[in-house]
Design a protein around this ligand. Structure first.
Ligand code: SF4
Ligand code: SF3
Length: 558
């Protein structure tokens, strides 16, 4: 075994990737990421101790979120960037440790865990990777003596923290803050290595992770809508316009804003891709005439779509896949995204926007996009919009015109087994409405499933984090219909997961008491049989089954 990673739905053999990631992650990068997690844990330990002594370091607190974000699936594949992140983690950690030692009489360095003191010498990819393989949760390393259920719970917690960290970082980029979330990331990281915690303690922590996940999504929702307005029902163009163009993918709305500003009046058009599609529904972005529409579908088709696009491409976050030679020169990463050899747009400094000049130049040097399709797709059905027509929705439910809502949020992925979601969408009775968010929608958002009394049968609330909108809608519906238990609503859940953002969405739903969730296309490889059993007993989580059976069960109220 050269590495071990089981954090996503495409883990090899639904166990784990051991030589190279199915995602394209090299063993070195995977192990470096494990070492980074180890360093972030040491940093967290110092930050917690320092905070207790009245010493605060907001930069270090935020960095824990950034570091976790860099390790999520399909975000960063760059060995050198991992070294840089490790360097920063060590500098921030050591600074906090010094300040803690100075602030607390009698404090001793040896009372801290090795993670709070370890210095790789030299600090390079090789040394980091060696430490990572020794420290990883599964297989060899310090967790190897822990029983499989505890290990599984630690992983569930870690992957939830990673997803939460990504959403929290997005909110901080927009100036929204919630220190309690950052503190919880640290608490969770430190708890992962605490052998005194048993299964009940870890289950409680996982549930708290879900609660904090709700807060993180609420924070990001407030940040997005505060900055760009509430999404409006929108028919987004999926065709192309003549002229040089930039395709923006990932989840970072501030990057899109700055890019739109910098391309205004230059003759360069901008298109959204993948998880950026919902941006086309925000009032602030609709003002830009050169935001032409959305191009292509979900992340895993990017090799073909980016090649066809012909213009420049900007990856603001996950999911990036191995760039083909045909577009390697015209694809850029920014933020925590990275791919070796791909040009990277550096972070904002001193309050100045990022400089997207090189992306714009690359677009000008390339041709117009080749059309993949034409027409429009609907988006913009976040909570404000849906609640704005709440009377209409409730009347439709009460009259029986809408019999059921089916939440089909989450991620898309490569496996053909995901055709299940297209087939479910096609086979649901015509009085069922799909509530979606995340890139899972690309499995059915071009199907033209029609409307019920003017309400589209696929209501797209936005990005995966906008699953929060679906919760707000469910809660409002419960209140309006006088239903006490959210599980008594006419709502079924058929969630598709892939990476760790979907893990925090799932934990958030569980923490809100949502039961009977179907999860697919496979259950996570990191769930031990014992932990899976607990989830089934507590929440009646179930794997997806055959399309016809699941649709019949949904229609019958499950
Ligand atoms: Fe494998 Fe997924 Fe980990 Fe990539 S992120 S190495 S595909 S388990
Ligand atoms: Fe998709 Fe990567 Fe998860 Fe934000 S873009 S949902 S997979």
């Amino acid at each position: 075994m050269d590495m071990f990673c089981n954090q996503c739905q495409e883990a090899a053999r639904n166990v784990g990737c051991t030589r190279r990631g199915v995602c394209g992650k090299t063993a070195t990068v995977s192990n470096e990421q494990d070492a980074l997690i180890y360093l972030l844990r040491g940093l967290s330990e110092c930050a917690i101790r320092a905070r207790e002594a009245g010493v605060a370091d907001p930069e270090a607190d935020l960095f824990v979120a950034e570091g976790l974000f860099a390790t999520i699936t399909n975000a960063n594949f760059d060995e050198d960037r991992m070294v840089e992140l490790a360097r920063r983690a060590i500098a921030l950690r050591d600074n906090l440790r010094r300040r803690w030692l100075a602030a607390v009489p009698g404090a001793r360095e040896e009372d801290l865990s090795p993670a709070a003191r370890w210095i790789p010498e030299p600090l390079d990819a090789l040394n980091l990777a060696a430490k990572g393989i020794a420290m990883q949760i599964v297989g060899r390393g310090e967790h190897s003596t822990v029983n499989e259920d505890l290990r599984s719970l630690r992983e569930l917690l870690l992957y939830g923290l990673k997803g939460m960290a990504a959403y929290t970082d997005h909110a901080y980029v927009l100036g929204a803050h919630n220190d309690a979330i950052l503190a919880f990331l640290q608490e969770g990281l430190v708890a992962m290595a605490n052998d005194a915690l048993g299964a009940d303690d870890l289950v409680a922590l996982v549930m708290r992770c879900g609660e904090m996940g709700v807060q993180a999504m609420a924070l990001l929702d407030a940040a997005n809508t505060g900055a760009y307005g509430h999404p409006e029902p929108t028919q987004t163009n999926i065709g192309v316009r003549e002229g040089p163009a930039i395709l923006v993918s990932g989840h970072d709305l501030r990057d899109l804003e700055e890019l739109l500003e910098q391309t205004a009046g230059t003759g360069v058009n901008v298109y959204t891709h993948g998880e950026m599609l919902p941006a086309t529904a925000y009032p602030a972005f609709k003002q830009y005439d050169h935001l032409v529409g959305n191009y292509g579908g979900s992340w895993w088709k990017q090799d073909k779509e980016f090649e066809a696009f012909g213009g420049a491409i900007l990856m603001t976050t996950n999911c990036i896949t191995a760039p083909k030679e045909s577009y390697k020169e015209r694809i850029f990463t920014t933020g925590l995204a990275g791919w070796p050899g791909v040009r990277h747009v550096p972070n904002r400094r001193d309050g100045q926007p990022k400089d997207f000049g090189p992306v714009i130049e690359a677009a000008k040097a390339a041709g117009s996009p080749r059309a993949l399709e034409s027409g429009t797709i609907p988006t913009g059905f976040a909570h404000q919009t849906v609640l704005g027509v709440a009377d209409q929705v409730i009347a439709a439910v009460e009259s029986g015109a809408i019999k059921r809502f089916v939440v089909m949020a989450g991620c898309d992925g490569r496996h053909t087994s995901r055709e299940y979601y297209t087939q479910v969408a096609e086979s649901l009775p015509e009085d069922h409405v799909i509530l979606t968010a995340g890139c899972a929608k690309y499995r059915y958002n071009k199907l033209n499933l029609g409307e019920i009394g003017g309400i589209p049968r696929v209501l797209d609330a936005g990005q995966c984090n906008d699953s929060y909108s679906l919760v707000v809608i469910a809660q409002a519906l419960a209140e309006a219909l006088g239903v006490e238990d959210i599980n008594d609503l006419p709502i079924s859940y058929d969630i598709a997961w892939y990476e760790q953002k979907a893990v925090i969405v799932l934990l958030a739903l569980l923490s809100l008491g949502v039961k009977h969730i179907r999860l697919g296309p496979t259950l996570p490889a990191f769930l031990s049989p014992g932990v899976a059993k607990v989830l089934v007993e507590m929440f009646d989580i179930m794997p997806i089954g055959e399309v016809a059976e699941d649709v019949a069960a949904i229609a019958a109220g499950r």
